[in-house]
Design a protein around this ligand. Structure first.
Ligand code: NOJ
Ligand code: MG
Length: 556
């Protein structure tokens, strides 16, 4: 066991190759909420294309766009009814082609979001299955089980949907159950069926042919289920908190899932240009997650264990140690992330004294925005210095908080409905982005429509208010990304440095020299040594001391 407070610990040496994805900064676009060109209140692909110059100026390398496929939108597009087209609400295939080619002209790569665990119940594959007899080859594309006529309410097992309620629903004729690990409009595919596997290889090729640079793979750890679909004897919280390894759940992180991704990599590798895949796999412990980024599988896997760290120096430091240990063992980059469309925005999370991964309720004690912003800026300053790749979620560069006071009637996340409001859901991190303070819908479009209401605070946080303003969060991100790029920090070597229990500190060494990163979570200021040069600071007022909840990059 390493003592994290010994003087210095060399922790990470970069891989011998430096493919772009090892150190890329990738920006997640949630298309419903990014920019709405046609003014219907829902963002669209043309809106995204119009903001590509903004993303380029921000300094990112690639964008990942959450699902844009035809969908009944029962789970905001994660219920796909056609994997090879664009939902009219988002535009057309021609709009997708234009987006990809404009992005490429600006030197930005584009990831699509692939959803292989389940389809929409309105997908022709599921409709075809329902139209066919139980036991037919068409039904074998999904996980159907007979209803027991003697016990018609008895489900095939006790699995619960991730959105609340049982994971089995009856077919319209009442004769069979079908499995859905999410909403009942998201039936699970049967990945034991070779036809399902072949269909997805074709889908990969469809998008690769159109110039997509890679894929974010939805619930990548869920595709294979334990034989016989045995009951699960723990709770969802048990594996979310790491109390049990994820594979103890018979529907997650089963060994054979890896075979699927090996076959996908062969397809990606048959295309020119370093195409890549990132796994959305909520898998613990770290060494199990690292199995997804072995050399013949995914290129990246989101580091969600780190995302779930509390705002404590010891936890953050240990997360960094464990991440590099496990990923370096398989030669993979660590993929840092603090926010996405499923979790409470990190600005708000870090202002809480407890973690609430399932969202915040309007009647929860209001997190303090100023504390949250200070911590979020410090956290991102630290994160963007860590070697490896990093994902940003739209709006974090503007200092957007979670929106917690959305009225019940506005909420759209199926978890809210399925749990009868018990779990508040994820709408609070999905509110449309403010671009211009004095414009309809804060510049999200020019009609003022917005599929979720935007709070008044968004006006002062709008991008136009922050552009070119010294000390703004947007300019902080731009500055961090510029230094990260010029010094190739993502490809650096990392040594942990002991500056005290409440301080997370490390040196990142690259061909440009070493920088020291200091994040102070303690109450006492840390004096910047004489002769050190300040390269970046999460708080623009830093001069000779690093105060609490502040991070700096120094050359020493
Ligand atoms: C993970 C996605 O990120 C989330 O938004 C979605 O609800 C589930 N997977 C189901 O697809
Ligand atoms: Mg629109």
């Amino acid at each position: 066991m390493t003592d994290p407070l010994s003087a210095t610990i060399p922790l990470h040496t970069p891989a011998s190759t430096n493919e772009w994805w090892r150190s890329a900064v990738i920006y997640q676009v949630y298309p419903r909420s990014f920019a709405d060109a046609d003014g219907d209140g829902i963002g669209d692909l043309t809106g995204i294309t119009s903001k590509l110059p903004y993303l380029r100026r921000l300094g990112i390398n690639a964008l990942w766009i959450s699902p844009f496929y035809p969908s009944p939108q029962a789970d905001a597009g994660y219920d796909v009814s056609d994997y090879c087209d664009i939902d009219p609400v988002f535009g057309s295939l021609a709009d997708a082609d234009a987006l990809i080619s404009h992005a490429h002209q600006l030197g930005l790569r584009v990831f699509a979001d692939l959803v292989p665990n389940h389809t929409s119940d309105e997908h022709p594959w599921f409709q075809r299955a329902l139209a066919a007899e139980p036991g037919s080859p068409e039904r074998d594309w999904y996980l159907f089980r007979d209803v027991d006529p003697g016990n018609p309410d008895q489900r095939p097992n006790n699995w619960q949907s991730d959105f609340g309620g049982p994971a089995w629903s009856k077919t319209p004729d009442g004769k069979q159950w079908y499995l859905h690990m999410f909403d009942s409009k998201q039936p699970n595919l049967n990945w034991e069926n070779p036809k399902v596997r072949a269909a997805f290889l074709d889908i990969l090729r469809f998008w690769l042919d159109r110039g997509i640079d890679g894929f974010r793979v939805d619930v990548a750890h869920a595709l294979i289920k334990a034989p016989g679909l045995p009951d699960f004897h723990h709770t969802r919280d048990d594996f979310l908190t790491g109390a049990i390894p994820t594979y103890a759940a018979p529907f997650y992180d089963q060994d054979d899932v890896h075979l699927i991704y090996r076959s996908w990599l062969e397809v990606l590798d048959s295309y020119p240009g370093d195409r890549a895949m990132v796994a959305e796999a909520w898998v613990q412990p770290y060494d199990r997650l690292a199995r997804y980024v072995r050399p013949d599988e995914f290129h990246q896997a989101f580091n969600f264990a780190f995302l779930q760290s509390p705002w404590e120096a010891g936890a953050l430091r240990q997360g960094i140690i464990d991440s590099y240990r496990s990923n370096d063992a398989v030669g993979a980059p660590t993929t840092w992330v603090l926010s996405n469309h499923d979790v409470v925005r990190h600005l708000t999370r870090f202002a809480l004294d407890r973690l609430r991964p399932s969202g915040l309720r309007p009647d929860d004690p209001a997190p303090d925005y100023t504390t949250g912003l200070r911590r979020a800026r410090a956290a991102s300053t630290m994160l963007l210095a860590l070697p490896g790749s990093a994902y940003l979620y739209q709006g974090e560069e503007l200092g957007l908080p979670e929106v917690i006071d959305l009225p019940a009637h506005a909420r759209q996340d199926p978890t809210f409905r399925r749990t009868e409001g018990d779990r508040i859901g994820r709408d609070g991190c999905r509110v449309p982005i403010p671009w211009v303070k004095d414009a309809p819908a804060y510049g999200f479009n020019d009609t003022g429509e917005s599929w979720l209401p935007q709070p008044a605070l968004f006006g002062q946080l709008a991008a136009d208010q922050q552009t070119g303003r010294d000390g703004s969060t947007l300019e902080l991100y731009r500055a961090l990304l510029a230094v990260r790029r010029s010094r190739a920090l993502g490809e650096g070597q990392l040594t942990l440095v002991n500056l005290g229990e409440d301080i997370v500190a490390f040196d990142v060494t690259t061909a440009a020299g070493a920088i020291r990163v200091v994040l102070n979570l303690g109450e006492t200021g840390w004096p910047i040594p004489d002769g050190a040069r300040l390269l970046a600071a999460s708080d623009p007022s830093v001069s000779d001391e690093v105060h609490t909840d502040t991070a700096v990059w120094l050359t020493i």
